[in-house]
Write a protein of this length. Structure first.
Length: 328
């Protein structure tokens, strides 16, 4: 035991010595969410852990709330080497990597824990491996975000959405899913949704519980319906240009720090989900448990059509299904 400890101490000392000889680096990481989001928790904890592991030689500066631009802008900046790291939801990546649109399919996952477990395994690794071709390096997945519908009336089954104008993300997987419920998917910038609900321009929209509370939709929406239609992954990504400039030891520290921080952020999201449900109830919002089986059955008819538009869609879909069975 004494010799094992001495060996570990020597290895740590050697790494610290190597880093001391290397030039100190300062890295910027951006994201679009609020300072109390799980995005921020992941970024800040990564910065803290990396600073400690490197004896202060690696400094990571965190810029929340779109200070470095929206997700599409950050993706483009990282690809050209203009931004070191960023956190993004999966959807904006589909413009760059079409296969990522698999995650836009309705009811691809059955729950947050299941989705996180699948993305922590071989399926997640396969999607991360798609990034270097586009000058990006995937450091890992944050928690998926469960997107439910908030609205002006309760939604207990698919028929309750007939004719409702619902703002969803403009991807085929989202649009066709809500069309299968008889709703009218309505294009609109996310920043305009609050006023549109207030003025009755739309009847509802979809977002995760934490965003519903943080963005104050509790003030303009009477119902939050647990529909579980989509689970939106989020990723921590580095520019390959930046990554290749780091020494092997620096890359190891950043990756190890990211892995630890992402695990903490997944736990944080799970707690914030429960806290947000409690907060909306306290604010007078009625939380409705929708008939998920009914909604899932209604949207199943668009699966084949959606898969046909995704490169290797059926093969990737089958891998997700196999992984879901393995983690149950």
């Amino acid at each position: 035991m004494k010799y094992a400890f001495a060996g570990a101490l020597a290895a740590t000392t050697m790494l610290a010595s190597t880093l001391a000889c290397a030039q100190a680096v300062s890295l910027n990481v951006g994201h679009t969410l609020a300072p109390d989001s799980h995005y921020q928790i992941a970024a800040v904890r990564m910065a803290e852990i990396a600073a400690k592991k490197s004896n202060g030689q690696i400094k990571i500066n965190v810029f929340p709330q779109s200070q470095l631009g929206g997700e599409v802008k950050m993706i483009q900046a990282a690809r050209t080497g203009g931004l070191d790291m960023f956190i993004t939801a999966q959807a904006p990546l589909t413009n760059t990597i079409k296969a990522y649109s698999l995650f836009d399919m309705p009811y691809l996952f059955d729950g947050v824990d299941q989705a996180n477990n699948v993305l922590s395994g071989s399926v997640g690794k396969e999607f991360l491996a798609m990034l270097p071709k586009y000058n990006l390096v995937g450091l890992g997945f944050l928690s998926v975000m469960e997107r439910n519908v908030f609205s002006s009336k309760p939604i207990r089954s698919g028929t309750d959405m007939q004719g409702m104008k619902i703002r969803v993300m403009q991807s085929p997987g989202y649009v066709k899913a809500y069309e299968s419920f008889g709703a009218q998917p309505t294009p609109m910038a996310y920043g305009d949704v609050y006023m549109a609900l207030q003025q009755g321009v739309v009847d509802g929209a979809d977002t995760s519980p934490d965003q519903f509370v943080m963005d104050k939709f509790v003030e303009v929406s009477k119902f939050y319906n647990i529909t579980r239609v989509h689970y939106l992954p989020a990723l921590l990504i580095a520019s390959k240009t930046t990554w290749d400039k780091l020494t092997p030891d620096q890359r190891k520290i950043v990756q190890d720090s990211a892995t630890e921080a992402l695990a903490e952020s997944r736990a944080y999201y799970k707690k914030s989900y429960a806290d947000s449900i409690a907060s909306m109830k306290k604010a007078g919002v009625q939380v409705v448990e929708s008939n998920v089986d009914n909604l899932k059955q209604a949207s199943a008819k668009v699966d084949e059509q959606l898969l046909s538009g995704i490169p290797d869609g059926k093969a990737l879909f089958d891998k997700v299904q196999a992984a879901k069975k393995a983690v149950k």
